[in-house]
Design a protein around this ligand. Structure first.
Ligand SMILES: Cc1cc2nc3c(=O)[nH]c(=O)nc-3n(C[C@H](O)[C@H](O)[C@H](O)COP(=O)(O)O)c2cc1C
Length: 207
């Protein structure tokens, strides 16, 4: 049986992080739905705060440190992606954007993605639609219709209340369906792969 892989990226800065909590809930809902359909699932959680220094160094030097390279491969090579950011100044935070700035523009093409965000006020929930969704659309990912925003009033003592639970479950069903309909990932794209044959590289060889 093929194992379907889900990368779960969260960009929260706090510890504990409500963004990580939401990402874990979305991952569990998606995994449960895939399992219900007989799929095996491997979750790949990625907390970006653990790679913050490497992310900035990669932006400055153009080269990833080994742990960050592994994370980029895990994310771009997964069958599905759950991407959750805290809202800062009415948009994704800088850490979230900086990480996805490092993802090759073609690496997420056709990939199933579920987006989520946490914030201090539900008034900023549309940042999912004006910031996160356009970014993944630009990267040609297939973004699930339901995006999940969690405001402080949605958590009761660290647990998820009824309305948020329903949104998480609907979003998980949508991502699971997108993953099930897609061919298993063949892993991360090889940046050194030859896209041109040697014959094409040697024009005029015969003449
Ligand atoms: C610099 C900064 C800017 C923020 N701006 C917003 C904002 O514009 N809208 C909002 O709803 N919450 C805003 N917040 C609140 C965070 O989005 C919220 O606390 C988030 O859930 C924190 O996630 P974490 O627990 O994973 O770190 C801001 C927080 C910080 C530190």
């Amino acid at each position: 049986m093929t194992v379907r892989t889900l990368a779960v990226v969260s960009a929260g800065l706090s510890q504990p992080s409500s963004t990580r909590l939401l990402a874990d809930q979305l991952a569990a809902a998606t995994r449960d739905e895939l399992t219900r359909h007989g799929e095996q699932v491997e979750l790949r959680p990625v907390e970006l705060r653990e790679h913050a220094h490497d992310i900035v160094n990669h932006l400055l030097t153009g080269f990833p440190a080994e742990p960050l390279r592994r994370v980029l491969d895990e994310v771009t090579g997964a069958d599905g992606l759950i991407a959750v950011s805290p809202i800062f100044n009415a948009s994704y935070n800088g850490l979230f954007k900086a990480f996805f700035d490092l993802v090759d523009a073609d690496a997420l093409g056709g990939r199933a993605v579920l987006i989520g965000a946490t914030g201090g006020t539900a008034r900023h929930s549309l940042a999912l639609e004006h910031a996160l969704r356009p970014m993944f659309t630009y990267l040609r990912a297939v973004v699930a219709p339901t995006a999940v925003f969690a405001a402080p009033e949605d958590w009761s003592g660290g647990t998820v209340d009824g309305a948020l639970r329903a949104r998480i479950e609907r979003a998980g069903r949508e991502l699971a369906e997108l993953v099930r309909r897609s061919a298993p990932s063949s892993g991360p794209a090889d940046p050194f792969a030859l896209t041109t044959s040697f014959d094409q590289l040697l024009p005029g060889r015969d003449g």
